[in-house]
Structure formats: C-alpha cells, structure tokens
Design a protein around this ligand. Structure first.
Ligand SMILES: [Zn+2]
Length: 239
C-alpha cells in the first residue's frame, strides 16, 4: 500500500520546478560540525553557517520562484520532518545546505552531492556525518525507497548539479576555494524528500584557514547568488 502511494507521488511530480525547499542542515542541540577561529579559538557551528547561507539563497531565489526554508531559526528538525515539509509546500526541488568537516584539518573545498548509491570512501565519510540526526528514519529509508527515488530523480538531480556547478565556478575562483566537484551520495534527507535535489557542502569548518573565508558575508553572499543562479538556470532549462 505504502509503495503504491509512493509511486503515485513520484509520478505526480511536475515536469519542471516551481517551488524550491531550502534545508539548512542541523539546528538546535544538533550543531553539526564545529570549527575554531582566531586566537581566542571562537567556536563556529555548521548549523549557524548553514542557516545564514540558506537564508541568503532564499532571499535570492524568492525574486523568481516560490521558496521555503525547513527551518528559519536555530531549532532541531528531524530528517523526516524536513522531508514532510517538502510534501506540505509541494516542493519541486530540495536543496540541503551543509558545511564539511574532516579529522584532517587541511581538507578544504566546495562539493555538491546528488542522491545515488555509491561506494566511494570519501563520500561515505560525509554521508555518515550528514545522516547523523536521524530519529528512527533509518527504518524508513530502506533500499526499495532509495532505489525508487534515485530512479525518479537522478536525471534531474544531475542536471541541477551541473547547472549549479557552472554558476558557482566563478565564485569558487574568486574566493580561491578548491572545486571538489559533483559527487553521488546516499543522503537520507534527499531520499526522504523524494524530490530532485542537491546537498551542498560549502566549505570545511574544520580547516581554520577555510573557516576564516566561509564565515564571511562576502563569501556567503556570492555563494548564495551562484547557487540561486544555477537553480534558476535549471528551472528555465526544464520549461
Ligand atoms: Zn551537515
């Protein structure tokens, strides 16, 4: 029964996107990655940067399309609640915004993920970090669901990733970031949302040099603009 409902839902997805749901990762007691900045080792939380960037993307995208946030303040939202919001606002696209972390403090750069099964070790590390705030969703995210969602979304998600990647190219260059490219990843929030979408890792908070850069308004503004332009270009290409 559940499978039939899921199939109907997937088939009913419109042919081009009109409503974009932007998902600032983590929130509340779930801080995500934590970085340290400056001589006083000031703590910077991934959840804070993610909300800042997501809000800026919303402001940009709202100029041309309907846009919503899964959270607009510092509060905990489960992955399932985020996905339920996609149904509530009838989202056509889902953008999950995150910042990266690594035990290797020299790791740096920007990367884009779309939902797909993969066996890449580096991607698995990011998956583990971003799939952490589960509240029982691991029981819902079974292989049948993942396979179905991948089947229905992967073409559009890849096109969306390519469009965003093209537009953020100049931003990445301007801010001397490393472009780590587009990668497949098994992210529960993307699977649960059942929409074409992306998970953005907009730099490493664990790298003190990179944190200085990504914690600046100039970087977040340019990145928000680039991502939004990519989303708009994708929407236009689907019409
Ligand atoms: Zn994250």
């Amino acid at each position: 029964m559940r499978l039939v409902y899921l199939l109907l839902l997937l088939v009913s997805l419109s042919s081009y996107a009109k409503v974009v749901l932007i998902d600032p990762g983590h929130g509340g007691e779930e801080s995500g990655a934590v970085g340290h900045m400056g001589p006083k080792k000031m703590r910077v939380f991934e959840k804070t940067l993610a909300l800042k960037l997501a809000t800026k993307i919303k402001d940009e995208l709202s100029k041309s399309t309907s846009t919503y946030l899964t959270r607009s303040m510092d509060r905990a939202v489960s992955l399932q609640e985020r996905a339920d919001l996609a149904d509530l606002v009838k989202a056509d696209l889902f953008l999950s915004i995150h910042f990266n972390s690594s035990t290797n403090r020299t790791s740096h750069g920007f990367e884009l993920y779309y939902l797909d099964n993969n066996s890449n070790v580096a991607a698995n590390k990011v998956e583990r970090a971003e799939n952490l705030n589960l509240k029982g969703e691991e029981h819902i995210v079974n292989q049948i669901l993942v396979d179905l969602v991948v089947q229905q979304t992967v073409t559009h998600s890849k096109q969306l990733a390519a469009a965003v990647h093209e537009k953020i190219g100049p931003v990445v260059k301007k801010h001397k970031m490393t472009d780590r490219g587009i990668k497949p990843g098994l992210f529960y929030v993307l699977a649960l949302s059942k929409r074409p979408g992306l998970l953005v890792e907009a730099g490493f908070v664990s790298n003190p040099n990179e944190l200085q850069k990504i914690n600046q308004e100039a970087y977040l503004n340019d990145m928000a603009k680039g991502i939004s332009e990519g989303v708009v270009a994708f929407i236009k290409s689907q019409k």
